[in-house]
Write a protein that binds this ligand. Sequence first.
Ligand code: 5GP
Ligand code: ZN
Length: 114
Amino acid sequence: MNDCLFCKIIKGDIPSDKVYEDEEILAFKDINPAAPIHILVIPKKHISSLIDIEPEDEMLIGKIYSVINKIAEQQGVKEKGYRVIVNCGEDGGQEVMHLHFHLLAGRKLGEKII
Ligand code: 5GP
Ligand code: ZN
């Protein structure tokens, strides 16, 4: 997607602080961190939102969770724990319309909604 911010990050047109990359997935530090560790994990395939996941994406989404666990281990937060958040749509508070998983860690995350 030409006008998608995260597609531009994937292409390297916009710089990012990368922490993981393979042929299908990219992870980079959030520009406005909400915790000491705040990493965005995204599929390289442009999927706009959680609601747009197709059956053919199921393997990819599963792999994203494995990658999240790998990154958590690399970041040294495997034992202490972490939180994964996906905002979907307007009421979900999604601002960038390219599916992304927030990995938050490094402090006690107190603002529990559920
Ligand atoms: P959302 O609100 O859509 O769930 O999350 C979008 C996230 O992208 C926000 O946490 C925001 O700080 C982050 N973000 C927005 N623009 C950029 C950028 O240009 N670079 C990086 N690394 N993060 C960004
Ligand atoms: Zn995109």
